[in-house]
Design a binder for this molecule. Structure first.
Ligand SMILES: *[C@@H]1O[C@H](CO)[C@@H](O)[C@H](O)[C@H]1NC(C)=O
Ligand SMILES: *[C@@H]1O[C@H](CO)[C@@H](O)[C@H](O)[C@H]1NC(C)=O
Ligand SMILES: *[C@@H]1O[C@H](CO)[C@@H](O)[C@H](O)[C@H]1NC(C)=O
Ligand SMILES: *[C@@H]1O[C@H](CO)[C@@H](O)[C@H](O)[C@H]1NC(C)=O
Ligand SMILES: *[C@@H]1O[C@H](CO)[C@@H](O)[C@H](O)[C@H]1NC(C)=O
Length: 887
């Protein structure tokens, strides 16, 4: 028992500490989500229709916001208020080709935002940033997760394609924040699948696999090595997944195939009718939906019938499409499907021979032409269909999230991922003469293939404030800018003056750049750095023990070989690093006799980050967006409540109408009501029906409640009569039972008392006490006889003269009195103490005075306290009494 309690408590404590982790595989056409929570089975989250994947759509239908399939389905009726495929717009500049492409695959109107990104415009003109609409979808998933978790869910891991740039990652992170979630990590989808793959497998000898993910918006191949080895410290086996190469194609996704399928349908319609369906937005939306359906059919069949009733201009459209026809339409893409694999292998420095398998994931891997193209390229035996194409990424992401939060006991899996774009830093060299044009210096700081989670320290020989620029070497996609950020490093002169004044020679600026685990590049900090020869005693001692000497040398050493000393400016990097290592504690220990040891000294510099191209949302903008979303949520909640109130009111009205119905004779309602009452209700009911049909659409929640209460007030007395009639027999039985039991007890007790007195034995009661009980009994009986009599003449439609609650209360008085005596124990040492009667009398007197619970205590110290709880009353051994079972 104690053990059990202990476990219960510890489990509770754990639950308080453990936050659940949500994973979202955010796809272009579908979202899947998974929740990691102790006690909740680990699986994919189901939506309200028990679907495992949710259409990645948000839509408005006559003012109601919809998600999932409901939202997607409204596309053909409300094309301008249905927002699909938003993922393609994340972080995209308004003038990028992908935005033009978007207008071909989706029906919503777009506008350029103040940030040069895309806003979506509802039919009545409301504009939403892409991030806001995506945030709505995240919030919807959050809500689903919270229903399952039965608590707030905040931490989330979201998948992105590995080729996502900083602009796109920023947009995802902003959407997460606006939705009310908190980014635990952003994980590349191929890597997430790799985690899922490793979860149930071990790799005693290292294996390479390609995760081939053919999704809606692109194809990507991720080469990863899997190695299971014992941790040298703990001895526990763990698997290390290292991504070593990625290849991708941002255009040949499933959506493009859908688009081409629709082209087939468009051509067929236009040829048949001589009209151009492209002019009809609804028709185009209907055809899109049909294209998806036909494409799915053609994955399993060689031909399919496309059919849309009243597609446009009242024309029913019907045409046969063959798989061959579809493949012909996509012929030019055939060579593209396998290319990402080749590219990924090349980037990883591997060949197909090194690869154990090509793991298929993503919805488009079901398409025969995609499958056959990849099979032809890598060999059929390499293809592995051993993960769930739709769910592996989200499950992997959830496991990854769980491992990050360190609150879950998961299999030890270490992941090292890479960034796929060349990232460089550039800055202007200090002018050598007053008139010379400043030279721009560029350094590849995180080349493609760099491990994420890396840190680099760059050293600059600058004396004034200056700016550095972080750029992609090449645009990440057509129309995307290369510049990510500009960072102005300030306070240099002042800091140098300080250092120089304290004896530093040739101070430098050191800037730390990071490439985070989620793939974000940033200038983390910048410091002015100089060595000061400390001649003081403390300085010497510090030098001796290596105090404060080597905080950043590891990172500095790293920068030495990465910042190529292409000119005098950047060659200072290696110079700085060598001097830094000279001052490490190790060096100091080797030469403890040295008089003065150089002491590092750093002064933090200010950083001012600006985004010259596509800025992420500012804190203010995100706040505003958050309130916009909250406002909608509040509005919807009000609406839901109103609808509920209206529905409840309406069904109440119908119920009342049924009760009043002439045909329903002899019902309890009729029996217990008077014609006058029924007329009053009928009148109010008519009013209410009229009000509902006239005003119901505009009325507020409170009005429905008020109207209902007004009717209920009329109905209440009738219900009460009915309930009393129902409850009366039981209450009477109860009263009579205590009446009867008490009388039985009194008879026996008096006989015993007499016998005991004759035998000079101790008694439990005095005759006074029994008299007092008898008095209570008589009062009860008298009351009962009088009012039961009166009640008999009351008609069913009249209010009762005695209430069953009062009957119960009075029976309880009698019952308690009886119990007090019944529970009494035989006094122990009565023979020694002669004047028992006097004490008992006092006690009895006390009792009749109204002290209710102290009676037993007088009789013996062993007697348990009487608590007037039902539980205790049920323990009375009144075996011979009728109705005992019903207690
Ligand atoms: C890849 O395969 C080649 C040829 O079979 C082999 O020489 C090479 O060592 C392999 N590389 C790795 C990393 O296993
Ligand atoms: C130099 O900086 C240190 C620490 O920031 C400060 O305590 C000191 O007063 C400064 N000295 C001068 C001369 O500015
Ligand atoms: C009366 O005495 C008998 C015999 O001692 C006992 O079993 C019974 O419980 C007593 N009755 C009451 C009401 O105390
Ligand atoms: C109470 O019980 C006694 C004895 O069983 C009975 O004679 C009497 O009629 C009862 N009184 C009422 C009101 O039920
Ligand atoms: C009253 O009690 C008697 C005896 O237990 C039982 O037979 C009868 O059904 C009860 N009546 C009601 C209305 O509970």
């Amino acid at each position: 028992m104690r053990l059990l309690t202990f476990w219960t408590i510890s489990a509770l404590a754990c639950q308080l500490a453990l936050a659940s982790v949500l994973a979202i595989d955010y796809g272009t056409d579908f979202i899947t989500a998974s929740l990691m929570k102790p006690g909740v089975p680990f699986d994919v989250l189901l939506n309200k229709d028990s679907k495992r994947k949710v259409s990645s759509t948000v839509a408005w239908k006559k003012g109601d916001r919809l998600f999932g399939q409901d939202a997607f389905n409204t596309g053909s009726r409300f094309p301008s208020d249905t927002f699909t495929y938003l993922k393609t717009l994340l972080g995209a500049p308004f003038d990028a080709p992908v935005v033009t492409y978007y207008t071909q695959i989706a029906s919503a109107d777009i506008a350029e935002s103040a940030r040069r990104t895309v806003d979506l415009v509802q039919s009545h003109g409301t504009k939403w940033a892409v991030e806001e609409l995506v945030a709505m979808k995240f919030a919807y998933i959050k809500h689903l997760a919270e229903l399952v978790a039965n608590e707030k869910v905040t931490d989330v891991v979201v998948t992105v394609p590995p080729y996502y740039s900083q602009f796109e990652r920023d947009a995802i992170a902003d959407a997460i924040e606006i939705s009310g979630l908190r980014t635990l990590a952003i994980i590349n989808d191929g890597t997430a699948v790799a985690v899922n793959y490793a979860m149930t497998r071990t790799f005693p000898t290292p294996e390479y696999h390609v995760i081939y993910d053919a999704g809606s918006s692109g194809i990507r191949a991720t080469v990863a090595s899997f190695t299971t080895a014992k941790d040298p410290k703990t001895g526990a086996a763990g698997t290390h997944i290292a991504v070593s190469g990625v290849g991708y194609d941002r255009t040949t996704g499933g959506v493009e195939l859908d688009r081409r399928m629709r082209e087939i349908l468009i051509d067929a319609f236009n040829a048949k009718t001589g009209r151009d369906i492209r002019q009809d937005k609804r028709g185009m939306a209907k055809l899109w939906k049909e294209a998806l359906r036909v494409k799915a059919i053609l994955s399993a069949n060689t031909e399919a019938m496309a059919m849309v009733e009243s597609l446009a201009w009242d024309i029913d459209f019907k045409t046969k499409v063959t798989r061959a026809q579809f493949e012909e339409k996509c012929k030019d893409l055939k060579s593209e499907y396998a290319k990402p694999i080749e590219e990924a292998l090349k980037n990883a420095g591997l060949t197909l021979d090194n690869i154990t398998s090509v793991i298929f994931t993503g919805g488009s891997t079901r398409i025969p032409m995609v499958q056959s193209a990849v099979k032809a390229a890598v060999g059929e035996d390499k293809i592995a269909l051993n993960v769930n194409a739709d769910e592996a990424a989200v499950l992997g992401a959830a496991l990854y999230g769980a491992s990050l939060s360190r609150q879950f006991k998961t299999k030890a899996i270490k992941v090292s991922d890479i960034s796929v774009h060349d990232i460089q830093i550039s800055y202007f060299a200090a002018a050598t003469t007053a008139n010379s044009r400043p030279r721009s210096i560029t350094t590849l700081i995180f080349p493609a293939g760099s491990k994420v989670g890396a840190k680099k320290v760059l050293t600059f020989k600058r004396k004034e404030d200056f700016s550095v620029f972080l750029d992609y070497k090449f645009p990440v996609a057509p129309g995307f800018p290369t510049r990510m950020l500009e960072v102005e490093i300030g306070g240099v002169a002042e800091a140098f003056a300080n250092l120089t004044e304290r004896g530093a020679v040739d101070p430098v600026v050191k800037a730390t750049l990071t490439l985070s685990d989620s793939g974000f590049v940033a200038v983390k900090d910048a410091v002015a750095y100089g060595e000061i020869k400390d001649e003081s005693l403390t300085g010497k001692l510090k030098g001796l023990f290596g105090g404060g000497a080597s905080s950043s040398d590891e990172a500095t050493a790293e920068s030495a070989d990465n910042a190529p000393p292409r000119d005098s400016e950047s060659s200072s990097a290696s110079a700085a690093s060598s001097s830094a290592s000279a001052s490490t504690s190790a060096a100091a220990e080797k030469e403890p006799k040295k008089a003065a040891v150089p002491v590092e000294n750093t002064i933090p510099l200010s950083l001012e980050v600006t985004f010259p191209t596509i800025p992420p949302m500012t804190v203010e903008q995100k706040k505003t967006s958050r309130s916009r979303l909250r406002a909608i949520d509040a509005e919807e909640l009000t609406k839901t409540r109103r609808e509920e109130a209206r529905n409840t009111f309406e069904s109440y009205l119908y119920r009342l109408r049924d009760l009043l119905d002439e045909d329903n004779k002899d019902t309890p309602f009729k029996k217990c009501s008077q014609p006058r009452e029924r007329t009053a209700i009928a009148e109010k009911l008519d009013d209410s029906f009229a009000w509902l049909s006239e005003r119901g659409d505009l009325a507020e929640t409170s009005q429905f409640l008020d109207k209902r209460i007004a009717l209920e007030t009329l109905e209440k007395p009738i219900i009460h009569r009915y309930q009393e009639i129902e409850a009366f027999p039981q209450a009477l039985n109860n009263s009579q039972m205590w009446n009867w039991s008490t009388r039985l007890f009194l008879q026996e007790a008096r006989t015993n008392l007499t016998n005991e007195a004759a035998a000079d034995l101790p008694s439990k009661w005095t005759s006074l006490e029994l008299d007092a009980l008898e008095k209570t009994l008589r009062e009860h009986e008298a009351w009962l006889s009088e009012w039961v009599e009166k009640q008999k003449s009351v008609k069913s439609y009249q209010d009762p003269v005695i209430e069953t609650t009062e009957m119960k209360a009075r029976a309880k008085v009698l019952e308690s009195h009886l119990q007090r005596l019944w529970k009494r124990k035989v006094p122990k040492a009565v023979k020694k103490v002669k004047p028992t009667t006097t004490t008992a009398t006092t006690e009895a007197a006390k009792e009749t005075e109204g002290t209710t619970t102290t009676g037993d205590e007088a009789a013996g110290e062993e007697a348990p306290n009487v608590v007037d709880s039902d539980e205790q009353q049920q323990q009375i051994p009144l075996e011979e009494e009728p109705g005992h079972d019903e207690l």
